[in-house]
Write a new protein. Structure first.
Length: 114
């Protein structure tokens, strides 16, 4: 029944052909690049956050699971919360120096913005 989810077929005109099989185009996630090939940007962000500061790590190329794993390492070592989505990692607070040290120890290539 997993392949018969009606939510995947919204906006589709149905066929009266009884043998018609609807196929869903699935996007393949980008393969995760090794840490030395990644080009990450570390910056401090205050926009649309009610005056709170967050450390923003952008430019990650790879699977969402690998992004979440890197975010977990950074949040744990900084001892704060945050999130990871759409190729960005948000770490609550100004931890640019510490994040840069952690990324370099893990072998990532990064650049500080702003």
């Amino acid at each position: 029944m997993a392949g018969n989810d009606w939510k995947d077929r919204l906006g589709v005109v149905y066929s009266t052909n009884a043998d018609f099989k609807y196929t869903v185009d699935q996007e393949d996630e980008a393969e995760t690049l090794p840490p030395s090939k990644q080009k990450l940007y570390v910056s401090l962000d205050r926009r649309n956050r009610g005056g709170k500061q967050v450390t923003l790590i952008e430019g990650f190329v790879g699977k969402e699971d690998d992004l979440a794993a890197l975010a977990k390492v950074l949040k744990t070592k900084c001892g704060v919360g945050g999130s990871a989505k759409d190729g960005e990692i948000i770490v609550q607070g100004d931890f640019r120096e510490k994040v840069c040290q952690i990324l370099s120890s893990l072998g990532y290539t990064f650049k500080r913005k702003g």
